[in-house]
Write a protein that binds this ligand. Structure first.
Ligand SMILES: [Fe+2]
Length: 141
């Protein structure tokens, strides 16, 4: 089965070095999960997914620390999106491990891990990046 991979491009940058570095690592690991799904390596894919789950939570914590430290006014909405993602990822990992992989596994992984995340970066994270850039020294966070 062929599974579409994520291709990074710099229009996804937020301008905040820490966040951008973490986003790139996130997608690198997501691509490893997608590669495992493509070769029907269920155990390998679930292991990668577990890593992605933990990594995403750490990354969200880091972003939330920056937003609270710099008193970002969009904090609540941003936090809600992170929580939504985390619970959807939990549910997906749970479903894949209990039901086993089907032919739509690549599409399901892509819909959440890539499409949702890209949308989140292009809206919330880039809005946060712009806010931080407009504040003196905040972009160094
Ligand atoms: Fe975010």
């Amino acid at each position: 089965m062929s599974v579409q991979r994520f291709q990074w491009d710099d229009t996804l940058l937020t301008g905040v070095a820490m966040i951008d570095t973490q986003h790139k690592e996130y997608f690198r690991r997501v691509n490893q999960a997608l590669a495992s799904a493509e070769t029907d390596d269920e155990a390998g894919c679930l292991k990668e997914l577990q890593f992605v789950q933990e990594y995403a939570l750490d990354h969200f914590d880091a972003e939330q620390n920056v937003t609270t430290f710099h008193e970002y006014p969009g904090y609540e909405g941003h936090l809600t999106q992170h929580q939504t993602f985390a619970s959807r990822l939990d549910a997906l990992a749970e479903a894949l491990s209990s039901e086993g992989f089907r032919t739509d596994v690549g599409r399901r992984l892509n819909a959440l891990l890539v499409e949702w995340f890209v949308r989140h970066i292009r809206t919330e994270d880039q809005r946060l990046g712009k806010y931080l850039k407009d504040r003196p020294r905040a972009g160094q966070a």
